[in-house]
Design a binder for this molecule. Structure first.
Ligand code: ASP
Length: 349
């Protein structure tokens, strides 16, 4: 008995004393609003201020949920709903256009406590796709629903519908026009024809941030110590043929288990091929790597070596935050247990 008692108490002691990682920020909620060519010289002051304000509001809204004792899952959906309703991000209102001129939305969510997940792709009329992803998880035996079927399920679930025009903004329309023009010029030059209209040099060099960025994501840690993660997007400007990116793919765009939650943003095809979100959790589980090392390796080594661009937000069950990205900027932020907000955009912040 003298030897048995300490042994029996060991799991309790280990559980009660998570090892905080020195220097890594601590949080209960982490968000992103997309990664890409976000540079000071390409973002005007008013837009930058509006984006910082929207990220702050989303963090504070989700934080209030967590403080009320809501689950990490509900905090994630509430937070992402705020970002979907803002025209500044490529999710919900403000989503990019397909080549045919529609907004076509993808979203996913995962509960780290249960390992359950839900996702939707290609929906055109559901006001908040993240709420539909949550319904798929909680109210259906499936994980991923697409297109008309997903909308039929949304109707049965009583979710709010909007006309596709609700999602449209002038900035995204201009971005579509520019991408289509560039594609036409590329085709003409491949055929040896003279350019119809020259694409300005700066546009080739620095695609407008509106064109590339704005996917949103959140990872929350609730008062019971559970994690959840979610992601929502309009995908890529001028996408065709029902293209689906990483955002609704569990393991690529979103992942959560008992130790870590991840939401990705960037060039989706690379995140799918690299199974980016799961790879971070796998490195922690199988290699015993700390969260910050695992997240850095997956973005700065694996993703970068494969030619992919983008980033992730990650939150550990001990509150550790890591938000690596390999693009000039990523809209991102976190809020700690005391309600202190940090919002960052550029890589030197
Ligand atoms: N990952 C998204 C997609 O490929 C886009 C983004 O995050 O900017 O659909």
């Amino acid at each position: 008995m003298r030897f048995l008692l300490p042994l029996l108490l060991l799991p309790l002691l280990v559980h009660a004393q998570p090892t905080p990682v020195p220097d890594a920020p601590q949080a209960v909620l982490v968000i992103h609003g997309g990664a890409g060519t976000i540079r000071r010289d390409l973002l005007d002051d008013a837009t930058e201020a509006a984006i910082r304000a929207a990220l702050t509001t989303a963090l504070q809204t989700g934080y209030a949920e967590i403080q009320r004792g809501a689950s990490a899952l509900d905090a994630v959906t509430t937070t992402i709903t705020v970002l979907e309703d803002s025209p500044h991000f490529n999710a919900g209102r403000g989503a990019v256009f397909t080549a045919d001129g529609y907004a076509e939305l993808d979203a996913s969510i995962m509960d780290g406590a249960t390992g359950e997940a839900g996702a939707v792709s290609g929906v055109r009329h559901v006001k908040n796709p993240i709420l539909l992803a949550q319904k798929v998880m909680t109210g259906s035996p499936h994980v991923l629903l697409s297109g008309e079927g997903a909308e039929e399920f949304a109707l049965l679930s009583g979710l709010e519908f909007v006309p596709n025009q609700y999602f449209h903004t002038d900035a995204r329309r201009e971005a579509l026009d520019r991408v289509l023009q560039r594609q036409r010029e590329q085709q003409r030059s491949e055929q040896g024809a003279a350019p119809e209209q020259a694409v300005p040099e700066w546009q080739l060099e620095h695609p407008n941030p509106w064109q590339m960025t704005g996917t949103v994501g959140a990872v929350a840690l609730d008062q019971t110590g559970n994690l959840a993660a979610g992601t929502s997007t309009g995908g890529m400007t001028a996408k065709r043929y029902g293209r689906i990116g990483d955002s609704p793919i569990i393991g690529a765009g979103t992942y959560a288990d008992a130790t870590v939650g991840v939401s990705s943003t960037g060039h989706g095809e690379y995140f799918i091929r690299n199974v980016t979100a799961f790879d971070i959790a796998a490195r922690m589980r199988y290699l015993d790597e700390p969260l910050t090392d695992a997240a850095d390796a997956v973005i700065h080594e694996t993703l970068t070596a494969s030619g992919g661009t983008g980033g992730v937000i990650t939150l550990g069950a001990d509150g550790t935050v890591a938000m690596p990205f390999n693009t000039p900027g990523m809209y991102r932020g976190y809020i700690d247990a005391e309600g202190n907000v940090t919002v960052q955009i550029y890589s030197d912040e």
